[in-house]
Every structure is written in structure tokens, then in C-alpha cells.
Write a protein that binds this ligand. Structure first.
Ligand code: 5GP
Ligand code: MN
Length: 320
């Protein structure tokens, strides 16, 4: 099965008159930026659209700075009766949460288009455009919107830029082309300083104090020849602070001197941890896949179950 079939994707989008767009659980800026940009583009083409996430948990407050994110619905089941279902930024079908079963059923009858950039994505759609060369799903999407002759405007450009600036760590990693794409998007009149401020820099004194508490618990663990920088964010902190503050931890451990792997365990529910892995020494996507997760080679994640000592032992076991 081809993982990058742009022609079939464009045909499917042109043919469909009603389209349901789905992005992943615990969405980030690339997830909601992709969903919003595609929704706006398809509306421009006169399509009937609905945009959903398969979870009840609120979308992180900072992401509402991206245009039309307030229109994304949180659902328990996949809305029925759409000609086409498009997943954006979902590296595997389980990342679609409560709508995964519905998507599986629609894929079986040829009605799912998967647009993504995760290396670990095996192409769960009936049609797939999975391009791991692209820095963000919004970059994959820009190519598709161009092929559909969509008129990019400031609002669509804002959505696309939000995914690009965050998934490249503020343009720290990516191809030279990421700067060309950013330059093109800026020319639609984006206030990139304000966009970055609203997306990444807005935190409260309470968030900052929580960051101090968690950082003071930093652990260095050995796993064979590897050294891990590990942070645990307990459930009482995860459940009472902004997602943007919780997601900022990984930046402290991604390249700590004397370590080669950064790990953040975020306790979503008691003893249920969303795990973030970062490394330039090991293939994070491969490690995450062994735990049923996935992602990119330098950045990946999975869900772990157990006490802090148990989840660290599970990871050390795989890395040793
Ligand atoms: P983060 O650590 O920022 O949450 O995620 C890093 C990368 O790994 C992202 O591209 C994200 O989509 C992917 N990822 C994180 N958690 C999971 C997971 O549980 N399953 C899969 N398939 N991918 C994940
Ligand atoms: Mn992404």
C-alpha cells in the first residue's frame, strides 16, 4: 500500500461533497492547525464539513489562539453519513481515541483519507498521504491545498504556520525548505511574534511554580550504555495546570549534558502515564512502538501503566 498517494487524495477530496475531519487525542498545534486549515479550505470549495476529536477532555487553552479551533467538536462516536473521513496528524488509528472503531469501519469501505507525517504511521487509511520528510502535517497539507488550487489567505496561513513553528521547535530542526514555507506563509500578513506569544509563551505564576517543583525531581537513570534524564509529572499537577506548561517539560530534558535520552512521564490518570521520548542517539519511534505507541525517530511517545518505579523499569528494560 502506498503511503503517499497525493493524486488519489486530491481526487477523493474533490469527489466528496461532505467531509468529516478528525485529529488526534490530546491535540497539539499541528493537530488542530491542520484540522482548522483543512476545514477552512474545504469550505472555500463549498464542501459540507464537520471537525471532531474523539475525546471529552478540553482542548488546551493556548490552542484557541488558532483560528476556528473553537468550532472543533469533542465527540464519543464518529459522526455518520459523510462521504469522506480525513484524519490529520494521527500517527496510528488508536490516536483517534473514541472514534477509532468508526474510522476502522469507514477505512474498510474505502472512505478514509489519512494525512500525516509520522515515520511510524503504517497507513491505516484507504488512501494515505504520509510524508515523514515533512516537518509538520500542516506542511503536507499545504501541498494538498496547492494541488486543490485553494486560495491561501491570512487565516489559513495562520493555521498552517502554527503547526510548522511548533513541530520544528521554533525552526530548530527541519529541512532548509521549512524556512521557505514559513516565508511564504508570513507573506499572507501573519503577526508571527504574536502567534508565538499566544501559542507558547503565555504561562501563569502558578504554572511556573509547578514547573519548579517538577524540575527539582529530575532523575538521571542508567540503561545499558545510555543515560536518561527523567521527569515525572504527577496526576495532581497534570490535572490542575495548562497543557502548554505540561508539554514544556520535554524541552528541559531533550539534550541535557551527560545524558542521551530525555523522558517525561505525565500522569493522565492515577498510574496511567503519557510518555514523551526525545533522543538523537536512539530511535524513539522504535522504542515507542514496542510499547504500542509511535512518533518520529527523534521524538516519540506511548502510554505506560504502573507506579513510577515500574514504568521506569519497563523503559530501562527495553533500552538496556
Ligand atoms: P509528544 O512527546 O510531544 O507528546 O509526542 C512526540 C511524538 O510522538 C508526536 O509526533 C506524537 O504524535 C507521537 N506520540 C506521542 N504519544 C504517542 C502515542 O501514544 N502513540 C503514538 N502512535 N504516537 C505518539
Ligand atoms: Mn505533527
Amino acid at each position: 500500500m502506498s503511503r503517499t498517494n497525493y493524486e488519489a487524495a486530491v481526487d477523493a477530496l474533490v469527489q466528496a461533497s461532505s467531509i468529516c475531519i478528525i485529529t488526534h487525542l490530546r491535540p497539539d498545534a499541528d493537530a488542530v492547525g491542520s484540522a482548522a486549515a483543512l476545514t477552512l479550505a474545504l469550505r472555500q470549495r463549498g464542501k459540507q464539513t464537520r471537525t471532531v476529536i474523539g475525546q471529552r477532555r478540553d482542548i488546551s487553552a493556548n490552542l484557541f489562539s488558532i483560528p476556528t479551533v473553537d468550532e472543533i467538536e469533542l465527540v464519543d462516536e464518529l459522526p455518520q453519513g459523510y462521504d469522506l473521513y480525513v484524519t490529520v496528524d494521527c500517527g496510528s488509528i488508536d490516536r483517534t481515541g473514541s472514534v477509532a472503531r468508526g474510522i476502522e469501519e469507514m477505512a474498510a469501505v474505502g472512505r478514509v483519507l489519512c494525512i500525516d507525517h509520522h515515520a511510524s504511521n503504517d497507513g491505516f487509511g484507504a488512501i494515505n498521504v504520509v510524508d515523514p520528510v515533512c516537518e509538520s502535517t500542516t506542511v503536507v497539507l499545504l501541498d494538498i491545498l496547492d494541488r486543490l488550487s485553494i486560495q491561501i489567505d491570512r487565516v489559513i496561513a495562520h493555521c498552517l504556520y502554527a503547526g510548522l513553528v511548533t513541530d520544528t521547535g521554533n525552526f530548530r530542526w527541519g529541512r532548509p525548505a521549512m524556512h521557505d514555507i514559513a516565508a511564504r506563509l508570513m507573506l499572507y500578513g501573519l503577526d508571527t511574534k504574536q502567534i508565538a506569544l499566544e501559542l507558547m509563551d503565555a504561562s501563569t505564576a502558578d504554572d511556573l511554580q509547578m514547573i519548579g517543583r517538577v524540575l527539582s525531581g529530575l532523575r538521571i537513570e542508567a540503561a545499558g550504555e545510555h543515560r536518561l534524564a527523567v521527569l515525572f509529572v504527577p496526576h495532581e499537577e497534570v490535572s490542575t495546570h495548562a497543557d502548554s506548561a505540561i508539554e514544556s517539560f520535554v524541552d528541559y530534558v531533550r539534550a541535557l549534558k551527560g545524558t542521551d535520552i530525555g523522558v517525561v512521564f505525565k500522569e493522565q490518570a492515577p498510574e496511567v502515564w503519557a510518555v514523551s521520548l526525545r533522543s538523537s542517539a536512539v530511535n524513539c519511534a522504535e522504542v515507542a512502538l514496542t510499547f504500542g505507541g509511535g512518533g518520529h525517530i527523534p521524538a516519540a511517545g506511548y502510554t505506560a501503566h504502573g507506579t513510577p518505579e515500574e514504568v521506569i523499569a519497563q523503559l530501562v528494560g527495553v533500552l538496556s
